[in-house]
Write a protein that binds this ligand. Structure first.
Ligand code: SF4
Length: 157
């Protein structure tokens, strides 16, 4: 059965920097959960950061929080652990939170902490993509559903 790596905050877990969740309410998520497909990760917590934690954004190849601290190592460690999960469970698809400096797959914040978004990938999304894991977000979950349920994938499901 095709497993899917999923952002922990999507499942209602309060792991975000602000101590809150970002639940993704979708019937397919419940179905996948019941089927045992979901492998849950919060890369930032896995990487050693606390809840809550200072807001962080990518700046010139590093991840800096709004206290001016370089948290690149924690972000990279979390990304490495997420990739290890994918390798352990032969995961080819991930559903990760858009705009996150870890999980964003198409857009992230620009590093100035003024809510400006730019094209780019979070640290984890980038590493997974480079290792042939397709990363989807709440914005294109419909495409992931097709991937998982399309008849052409039937032999892998
Ligand atoms: Fe959610 Fe990813 Fe941020 Fe963790 S790192 S809170 S899983 S968006």
């Amino acid at each position: 059965m095709e497993k899917i790596l999923i952002s922990s905050c999507f499942l209602g877990n309060k792991v975000r920097y602000d101590g809150k969740a970002k639940a993704l309410v979708h019937p397919q998520i419940s179905t996948w959960q019941q089927q045992g497909r979901l492998v849950v990760v919060c890369p930032e917590v896995a990487g050693g950061l606390s809840v809550p934690r200072a807001k962080a954004e990518q700046q010139a190849g590093k991840v800096i929080n709004n206290l001016g601290q370089d948290v690149s190592a924690e972000f990279q460690h979390g990304a490495d652990l997420a990739l290890q999960l994918c390798q352990r469970y032969n995961i080819r698809y991930a559903l990760l939170k858009e705009y996150s400096p870890s999980c964003g797959s198409h857009e992230i914040y620009d590093g100035n902490f003024n809510d400006t978004k730019i094209k780019g990938q979070g640290v984890t999304a980038k590493l997974l993509t480079a290792n042939n894991v397709e990363v989807y977000s709440e914005l294109n979950i419909a495409q992931l559903i097709v991937k998982i349920t399309h008849p052409n994938n039937a032999e892998q499901v």
